[in-house]
Design a protein around this ligand. Structure first.
Ligand SMILES: O=C(O)CCC(=O)C(=O)O
Ligand SMILES: [Fe+2]
Length: 315
């Protein structure tokens, strides 16, 4: 028996998974994340390696693949579809939640560099808050079916002293730690996210800034305890998107409960901090981890390419 088995976030040992020859798998040592080496994502990846990457991803919350200098937005969009159909914002309410994209229509550009100067598609609704911190969230929780995976490629990364770290929180652990009475109270409970407008206002999207409808209630309801469809583990799936927990209680109580659960998932013991190196590619599982990003010194360019895919109704 291998007593040094790498235990992934779901609780499974890495060597219990089908790890293809050539791949090296190691956990981050923190509560979230597995580092995978030995694959060039820009190349034609062997089917047994793709199968391994999907298995590792599904058990890791966060899969980190360093050293992907050759990855283009077009190839990133292709890789995203290993996980299911491409996911893009902009389908809602007159396409008012569109965000800046790279030259590939399925790969978003998160950058504080002038997009015209960079030869990229200029977008009027430029994210003015680019260098500001992003609070604790799981992606696109304003939609009823969010993407399962977000793939972020660090194309241009400031020195670590300039900030811009991204942090990942383990929501299985957060759920498991709840007292039994709280788990019972939350059994079957739902939560209401901020509306899409309000979410877009949070990233200072121009159209949303000007629209008073941003404050309207969202019709979406999500499970508080979300069961991961591959691992069967329950995640305490609340974040800064969570406006109120809906149940057999008043709105005030639902808002207070949301705050209490948010404070629970925010505890540092659940978090891993990723300090980026250029061309790290991170795959995170929106079904079982939260993330947040630090601000960075705006005199440095930080440019990320972001693809999202998959999506199944949370249960
Ligand atoms: O800029 C980052 O590191 C992460 C931003 C983020 O929240 C995302 O891409 O979903
Ligand atoms: Fe995000």
């Amino acid at each position: 028996m291998n007593v040094h088995a790498n235990i992934l976030m779901s609780g499974i040992a890495a060597d219990a998974l089908p790890v293809a020859p050539g791949l090296e798998v190691a956990t981050t040592g923190g509560p979230v994340g597995t580092v995978v080496r030995g694959v060039d994502l820009a190349a034609d990846v062997r089917p047994d390696m793709v199968f391994s990457l999907l298995a590792i991803f599904n058990h890791s919350g966060l899969m980190i693949v360093p050293g992907q200098e050759r990855l283009t937005p077009d190839r990133q969009a292709q890789i995203a579809r290993w996980f299911g159909p491409s996911f893009v914002r902009g389908r809602k309410e007159g396409k008012r939640d569109q965000l800046p994209m790279t030259e590939n229509p399925f790969v978003q550009l998160l950058s504080n560099r002038d997009q015209k100067a960079a030869g990229l598609i200029p977008v009027e609704d430029r994210n003015g808050a680019a260098t500001q911190p992003l609070g604790i969230h799981s992606d696109v929780q304003d939609y009823d079916v969010p993407p399962d995976v977000t793939i972020l490629h660090g194309a241009i990364i400031p020195p670590p002293s300039a900030g811009g770290n991204t942090h990942f929180g383990n929501l299985y652990m957060a759920y498991d730690d709840l007292p039994r009475e709280m788990k019972q109270r939350l059994d079957g409970a739902k939560w209401r996210p901020h509306s899409t407008y309000r979410t877009m206002r949070g990233v200072q999207q121009k159209e949303a800034m000007a629209n008073p409808e941003a404050d309207r209630d969202s019709p979406v309801l999500h499970p508080v305890a979300r069961t991961h469809p591959v691992t069967g583990r329950k995640a305490l799936w609340v974040s800064s998107f969570t406006e109120e927990v809906v149940g057999d209680w008043s709105r005030e109580e639902g808002v207070a409960l949301a705050k209490q659960l948010f404070e629970h998932v925010a505890q540092p013991k659940y978090w891993y901090t990723h300090i980026w190196s250029p061309h790290d590619v991170l795959f995170w599982d929106n079904r079982c981890v939260n993330h947040r990003r630090d601000s960075w010194d705006s005199s440095y360019v930080r440019e990320m390419h972001r693809a999202q895919a998959g999506g199944s109704l949370p249960f």
